[in-house]
Write a protein that binds this ligand. Sequence first.
Ligand code: PHE
Length: 445
Amino acid sequence: MMKREHWGSRLGFILAAAGSAVGLGNIWKFPYMAGENGGGAFLLIYLALVFTIGLSVMLAEMVLGRMAEKNAIGAFAKLKGGAWPLIGFCGVAAAFIILSFYSVVAGWTISYMVKSVTGALAIEDPDQLGSLFGGFISDPVSPLIYHAIFMVLTVFVVLSGVGAGIERASKILMPALFALLLVLIVRSVTLPGAEAGITFLLSPDFSKVTWTTVSDALSQAFFSLSLGMGAMITYGSYLSKKENIASSAGWVTLLDTMVAVMSGLLILPAVFAFGFDPSAGPGLTFITLPAVFAQMPFGSFFAFLFFLLLAIAALTSAVSILEVVVAYFVDDRGISRKSASITVGVIIFLMGIPSSLSLGIMGDFTIFGMGFFDLMDFVSSKLLLPIGGLFISLFVGWVVWGKAKEDIALHNGIVPFWINAWGIIVKFIAPVAIAFILLKGLGVL
Ligand code: PHE
């Protein structure tokens, strides 16, 4: 058997895993969800969930991957078998679903990069920007072209391999992402009137909090940290046994959370400084923000940087989603990386078409009262990821607990002092809390 490829360095792994985690979820979704859900209150609940359940599931996934040295399905098959690989199958299904609509939104960001260069975005009136956005996403052709371009880029990185493709791309793109983020935050928080946005994000208003807020925060945590689908199992499977895996899991969680909070600090102060509504929803980044940029000196330039930031963040995440599927076909089905990447890429492109069209000409077609795009988002982030996380916790806590403890201690032979706290979380707290929050959020309890 061929020896499994490993990450070239610890930094390479952390940047690749952080690249997976940091994405549209942080920069596009997080600020508008915080904006809709009372700002600081949402932030506090989100942080509490990330550093208990999120961090624990992150470590659980990485450990599973490293122990098995296998993809998301193969890991469960190798470590236990029985019905357990079904968790991996759900993960692979989630990967198809998520990437199909994720790539559509990522395509919008590329189109908005182009629009900021051509000057098409230099409009100060949010209503006009709203019609521009609405007109663009409901167009039957143009968004599909950008969706195709984005999928081609994603496929290209994945077919180049783990080291030469994913790791190398992450090492170039992630530092660029952090630099862009810093430049844009400095610009945003130094705008006159920006304090209102900072106060909004940092002072909690608990009157807006309901069980839906909590379940939104939970699904946002899973989506943002790339958990529940096997992305971190897959990336963990390329880790060497010498790595301090717990510290890597901590770094990735911390970086992802920092970028979410920083994106809030980038977007909300700018929105407040120009007197816009923070609860504008998904349009916040595509409608409100261009209006903000249009009113600043060198606005087109900052708009371009912002959409470039979004596109980079989306690309490194999309790569990890595609890798979940490709690793399965390469490990367990004996298909070459190149054929697997291209074939799966084409299928996901096709699956994205109804999502894109549901925002326009297919708008009247609904399932359970939702358009195709919203349905895909709902099924994956609200159901598949949290449920995946629940079973991953149970598996690590009850089925392979002894081996998992050993794996964590591999790098220096010392079982860390917090191991029992982690055990209590994966065995009891995470499964019960996830089940409870899910049922509450769905209105079943
Ligand atoms: N974490 C990514 C984001 O925040 C999306 C993602 C979800 C990536 C699930 C991998 C797995 O945008």
